[in-house]
Design a protein around this ligand. Sequence first.
Ligand code: 13P
Ligand code: SF4
Length: 316
Amino acid sequence: MHLDEYASLTMKELSSIVEGFKKSKNAVILGHNYQVPEVQVLADYLGDSLRLAQLAMEADAELIVLCGVRFMAESAAILNPDKRVIIPSLEAGCPMADMATPEQVEAQREEHPGAVVVSYVNTSAEVKAVSDVCCTSSNAVDVVKAIDADEIIFVPDRNLGAYVASKTSKRIILWDGHCYVHSMFGPEDLELARGEHPGVRIVVHPECPPDVVREADFVASTGGMMKLAAEHDELIVGTEIGLVERMNREYPDRNFYPLSAFAVCRNMKMTDLPRLAYALEHEQYVVSVPEKTRVCAERALTRMLEMSPGPKGPSS
Ligand code: 13P
Ligand code: SF4
């Protein structure tokens, strides 16, 4: 069927088509926490960037459908060269990942010989390939602490880099990249939210600016935020609204308030049910990484997995 035909179907029809393809094609749907709710509920697993990379390795499926942004599907493809990884929307990139090129990383290396390059997974496969180790928002502090060097070039999120710097004694050379969704939060949002929900604790993502992170009660990845949701009756949540929707759906008797209802990642929202059904039927768009790049990027990702709880790499 053509995409336009899928777009004319009801949610119920689309859901049963997706379920049917999942079975007939032995596919697993991995969804990021920022996906639209109708995709979230059809996903076999939801998670943050670290968990999605681990799930892709654990999956006993011939086809992995990664509902998220391109770097997430690329990580799955890098770690699973023998599996077919597809993404429903090719345009779903992460603008922050486009803020660093391999040439720029190499230039920084020349400027700071002896420094170790740590790249956030929100980077292209090419940038990972020239990095020493990767990290995600859930393990960045631990990864940097475990590195046997005092100087770190942290690529590309200056806010996550500043957060890491505040938690370690290492010299962190910051990159000038940022996430347009999390950069929009300011201390005034916390003040407003505290006024509206007195006494409710605030959790923010480490991609938020330092003056927001400083004022928050907790700082966590989206996976870490889900763990906090399990422990609190109420929370104010400073990240993309998809995660807040997930919390309120999974804990209907609790209250989770978005720090801003405008925190929407347009890129994450490019995946919808018609595209998901179309992707499954046509098994596209296949995400693959040239082998030379893949092998180098795999090394940086595997080093990160070795420093994190969970599966350690393709051979584990
Ligand atoms: P998490 O790994 O915390 O889910 O973050 C991914 C991301 O893109 C945040 O903007
Ligand atoms: Fe990229 Fe920000 Fe969207 Fe995350 S929320 S995928 S960092 S643009």
